[in-house]
Design a protein around this ligand. Structure first.
Ligand SMILES: [Zn+2]
Length: 281
């Protein structure tokens, strides 16, 4: 598979914008309680995304929205109140635990659903004049009927990079990581800089080395809570590793034969590291 499209949907999704649409036919329902998604429990204790509506499940949603069409299936997002009990044979579960237990496309769509839900929750009123916002009918945006202020879904771009030095890769540890785990460096893009400048700056800030040959590899939507991870490769130019001791507590060069505990397959960090391992064999 082409690495660039690793985290892309395999089936086409066409987004819907109108707030009053509610088409019938085969459906997937992403029903959230806070950050947790309602899933149907299968006999072998795996999860399945709900295909029944809140109404069919006997739930009263406090929010619902048609998201769009995935192939020939209609996708909806809904939210239920905090104290709502899950219907029989269902449970509320964290999004990350879905990875690998549902189809990859459904995991990506669940991430889209929770971000649309967050956006509606946090942009109910105009940030300029306080009037209740409405969905724009022609694009994924909310507009203030009083002053015309437009709000788009919040997305925070972050760059993540595999820096290599001959047959070694630079991996670092943040204090919050599980014991023994190392990953690639990453950080948020700042206003006014290009993605390549962000890559160069993050590496300089966190380990104080200079890099070159910065090349785009792949990207990954990361709905925790509203990022898009943009992955790069780069090569070492000069400098000795000096960790910043704030975001990073340790950073080292690792060979493919001597790697530490790595992040899970859910992450683009792991894709970049696996890509490095492949390039060494
Ligand atoms: Zn306004």
């Amino acid at each position: 598979m082409d690495i660039t499209s690793y985290f892309a949907l395999k089936t086409r999704f066409i987004a819907a914008f109108r707030s009053d649409e509610s088409p019938s036919g085969p459906a997937i329902w992403f029903i959230f309680q806070g950050e947790k998604l309602l899933v149907a429990i299968q006999d072998n204790n795996t999860n399945d995304i709900c295909t029944r509506s809140p109404q069919q499940l006997g739930l009263v949603p406090i929010f619902r929205q048609f998201l769009g069409q995935y192939g020939t299936t209609n996708c909806f997002v809904a939210e239920v109140a905090e104290k709502t009990s899950p219907p029989p044979s269902t449970r509320f579960t964290g999004l990350r635990t879905l990875f690998g237990t549902v189809e990859d496309d459904l995991f990506i769509l669940a991430g889209r659903a929770v971000q649309i839900l967050h956006w509606h929750r946090e942009h109910q009123f105009c940030g300029k004049c306080g009037t209740a916002m409405q969905n724009r009918q022609t694009e994924l945006a909310r507009i203030c009927p009083a002053c015309g202020f437009v709000s788009f879904p919040r997305l925070s771009p972050a760059v993540i990079m595999a820096v290599t030095k001959e047959d070694h890769i630079l991996l670092a540890r943040a204090p919050r990581f599980p014991s023994g785990m190392f990953s690639t460096l990453a950080g948020f893009v700042e206003p006014g800089e290009t993605l390549e400048e962000a890559v160069e700056r993050e590496v300089r800030e966190e380990v104080n080395i200079r890099i070159g040959n910065i090349r785009y590899v792949a990207s990954q939507p990361w709905p925790f809570p509203h990022s898009i991870m943009i992955g790069f490769s780069a090569t070492y130019l000069d400098g000795e590793i000096e960790v910043d001791n704030d975001e990073i507590e340790d950073a080292r060069w690792f060979s493919a034969q001597d790697l530490p505990l790595l992040p899970s397959k859910i992450t683009i960090a792991r894709l970049l590291i696996d890509n490095f391992i492949t390039s060494c064999t």
